[in-house]
Design a protein around this ligand. Structure first.
Ligand code: ADP
Ligand code: MG
Length: 779
């Protein structure tokens, strides 16, 4: 049995923690796979519940200072209604806030000590350059003996995680960032303490006037401050989910036995009639049964204009009524509502790893041991080489400074934050504007897309065609022909069918019973009425029947963008109806903007060539592939990806350039093509959210959201790349500086205090940079 569950983790401090956790679980009996994420502080484990239980899993990582939050997982599990998820989520946030508050108080309590430490350091430096008089004997002595006491206090208040890091390293041989900081600061402290106590004996060999208590104090304080700022901003990266949760109403006004009863949301049942008053929040999903109004859906779809809703229209939880009032029947409650599914999707997506993160993961996995070795080697090098030029005592103290400096500056923390924080913000931002992202990989791939394949019906056109013309070609009267056609179409779900049946319904036709109904993919439909077989579809369907028909008769109409539907028996064509589908008003602009983003656009449709070309030319599409069968759509995508696409008229600068292909469609009959594309983008209409075959779903079938999705992908990836650059930059510049590589030339040696500052700053700057993604405009 294979069960997959995501647990939040307590005690995760950095990227290297994720590596430790992953490795531990992967080695565990009964676990198939594990993926830990520092951004969301969670782990996704695939395991066999008959072999190992969640609390046993937790036990596996407890020695290293982590534990699974099984509580949260259960309440997430319970989220049959989103209320439980609501509680589950808030719980972990409350914990986080409490943790933050304690850390803040600790920081405040050490602040005076840090200021005093700086004062003594500053005085020291200024007096050396003769800007201030030397410290008096007494002041000097006061500082000399109070600094170690202050250091002990700071270590007691803030040092615990770092000591534990050292302890676990000694005991279990696992090292994380805490270990590095712990070793660095405790070596500085212990060395200083030894020379303070044994100065009499050691004076002959080492420099007993240089203590590093100040290093211990300031480094620990800076790292803790950095951690505090990091956690604080990290909470903000995930607030999109919280904003979505806040859209959820707590109660609903349910109509029961002619009484309006205010009912808690988790007691609302299917088919309950719910009253919505002006400015009321829609509490669950449903269909309007009485009244009409305009509803503001911007919070869910990003659609700024309120949408007209009348009897029979669907409304979704979390949207807000404007001034009318109506009654609707609950059809989706609890976890079934669109809002609940969006939240779930965002949560899941935020926990996935972008492919680009693999590099950062690999590096941080080997970073910690490498840094440990490097710091020891540097120390030895100082002793061996430095002693020859500077003498032993100077080499020893410089070596120590290098040792501590490397350990502190080389922490891979920022590296671990670079990708996940940006993904969390990007996915959340998308959800706020109706761009639902299934996983980080889809968001990453989208920025590389250079060809976008679009379905016509429902993507470029509204997908709500109307019957505009009828032509009869046989002796059968028009009314009979339309009646037969409409009866057939009654069995189909194609948008064309809808156009025809609603035409017939409006004219009060009664439908004939149809036997042996069949949809012929990409061509049309057939069925038997009164023992006579009839067909409705495009010219190919008629040709398949062996009937000759001159397409000239509908050429003019197709050149105007209308779609001809031929009605025939198995002997002759009875007539043609023309349906026309309006082009979405935003299509032209969207395509122009996609072109600006460097994307070529191909339209793929099962519709008539002329019709397709007309519509393509109206909106500025680069190439059309018409009269395709569903399997052709898949083939076209493959050919594009493999560079074998034959009808390729588009100008590509470099023919060997690999094409990254995105496909947009409705996700129903386009599913195979969506899955084949590098990124599948589904146009959701109504209340579908997570369309299986698509990596990205655009709400409201709004094609301008395509542009937003691409822009979002670009800014998120830019953010990640900037983050990775900064994270590496600190380490690449910091390590040689701390090692003393520039000492022989410039006399530079990084003070560990600056290492601590840089280290804290790098994590904070990475998270802040990710938060900036929120502010960027995508629409
Ligand atoms: P697309 O989504 O690109 O329009 P489809 O494969 O859904 O492609 O349909 C291709 C063509 O098949 C339509 O343009 C139409 O000519 C014909 N067709 C499909 N379903 C029907 C139907 N129910 N009634 C009449 N024609 C149909
Ligand atoms: Mg279609």
């Amino acid at each position: 049995m294979n069960h997959t569950e995501t647990y939040s983790i307590k005690g995760m401090h950095c990227a290297s923690c994720a590596t430790i956790i992953e490795k531990t679980f992967k080695k565990t009996e009964g676990v198939f796979d594990a993926s830990a994420n520092y951004g969301t502080e969670s782990v996704k484990i695939a395991f066999d519940p008959s072999k190992i239980k969640p609390h046993q899993l937790s036990k596996k990582i407890e020695p290293y200072g982590y534990s699974l939050n099984i509580q949260t997982a259960q309440s997430m599990h319970m989220s049959e209604n989103e209320h439980a998820a609501h509680l589950g989520l808030n719980q972990s946030k409350v914990e986080k806030l409490a943790e933050l508050k304690t850390l803040k108080n600790k920081l405040i309590s050490v602040t005076p000590l840090v200021i005093l430490t700086f004062l003594s350091m500053g005085w020291d430096i200024l007096s050396q350059v003769k800007l201030v008089p030397e410290m008096s004997m007494t002041t000097g002595i006061i500082f000399k003996y109070s600094l170690p006491i202050m250091a002990i206090y700071v270590l007691m208040i803030l040092g615990k995680p770092y000591f534990l890091g050292v302890y676990r390293f000694l005991r279990f041989r696992v090292a994380n960032m805490d270990t590095l900081i712990g070793i660095g600061t405790s070596v500085a402290f212990v060395y200083s303490l030894i020379i303070l106590i044994f100065s009499g004996y050691l004076r002959k060999y080492v420099d007993v006037e240089n203590f590093y208590f100040d290093v211990t104090i300031v480094v620990i304080a800076f790292i803790a401050l950095g951690k505090y700022l990091e956690v604080r901003s990290k909470i903000k990266t995930g607030d999109a989910i919280e904003k979505l949760l806040n859209l959820q109403a707590k109660t609903a006004l349910v109509l029961r036995e002619d009484k309006e009863i205010e009912t808690p949301i988790d007691q609302v049942m299917h088919n309950d009639l719910i009253i919505i008053k002006p400015a009321g929040i829609i509490p669950v999903d449903g269909v309007i049964t009485e009244g009409s109004s305009f509803v503001d859906e911007s919070m869910i779809s990003g659609e700024p204009m309120p949408v007209k809703k009348k009897t029979g229209d669907t409304v979704v939880a979390g949207t807000i009524n404007t001034s009318g009032s109506f009654i609707f029947k609950a059809t989706g409650i609890g976890s079934e509502t669109m809002l609940a599914r969006i939240i779930k999707m965002v949560e899941d997506a935020q926990g996935t790893k972008a492919p680009i993160q693999a590099i950062a993961d690999k590096i941080s996995a080997i970073f910690v041991p490498i840094v440990l070795v490097l710091s020891v080697l540097t120390f030895l090098a100082w002793l061996l080489i430095g002693t020859q030029y500077l003498g032993f005592s100077q080499a020893l103290s410089s070596g120590l400074v290098s040792f501590v400096g490397i350990l502190v500056i080389a922490c891979p923390c920022a590296l671990g934050l670079a990708t996940p924080t940006a993904i969390i913000v990007g996915v959340g931002k998308g959800a706020r504007s109706g761009v639902l992202i299934k996983d980080a990989a889809a968001l990453e791939t989208l920025h590389k897309v250079n060809v976008l394949v679009m379905d016509k019906t429902g993507t470029i056109t509204k997908g709500k065609p109307e019957l505009v013309d009828i032509q009869v070609y046989s002796k059968m009267p028009e009314a009979d022909m339309v009646n037969i056609l409409a009866s057939l179409e009654k069995n189909s779900e194609h948008p064309i069918a809808h156009a025809i049946t609603s035409y017939a319904t409006e004219r009060d036709y009664t439908f004939f019973p149809v036997e042996n109904f069949e949809a012929i993919k990409g061509k049309g439909i057939k069925g038997t009425i009164k023992n006579e077989e009839y067909f409705a579809g495009n010219i190919r369907l008629v040709q398949d029947l062996g009937i000759k028909f001159d397409t000239k008769v509908f050429e003019k109409a197709t050149l105007e963008g209308k779609t001809p539907i031929l009605i025939s028996s198995n002997k002759e064509v009875l007539g043609i109806v023309m349906v026309a589908d309006e082009i979405k008003p935003e299509a032209k602009d969207a395509i122009k903007n996609l072109h600006k983003l460097g994307i070529k656009i191909i339209m793929l449709t099962g519709d008539d060539k002329n019709t397709a070309r007309h519509i393509a030319s109206m909106v500025g599409i680069d190439e059309v592939v018409a009269e395709t069968l569903p399997q052709d759509k898949l083939r076209v995508i493959k050919e594009l990806q493999e560079g074998r696409f034959k009808n390729w008229k588009l100008e590509i600068r470099n023919p060997s350039q690999r094409l990254v292909v995105a496909m947009t469609g409705d996700g129903v009959n386009d599913a195979p093509a969506l899955a084949q594309a590098n990124v599948g983008i589904a146009m959701a209409t109504g209340t579908d959210v997570a369309i299986e075959s698509a990596g990205i779903t655009l709400l409201h079938g709004d094609i301008s959201k395509l542009v937003q999705a691409v822009r979002l992908s670009k800014i998120t990836m830019l953010g990640i790349k900037q983050n990775l650059f900064w994270a590496f930059f600190y380490n690449i510049v910091g390590i040689p500086l701390a090692a003393g590589l520039f000492y022989p030339i410039f006399g530079w040696l990084l003070n560990p205090i600056f290492a601590g500052l840089a280290m804290a700053f790098s994590s904070v700057s990475v998270v802040m940079n990710s938060l900036r993604i929120k502010l960027k405009k995508i629409s």
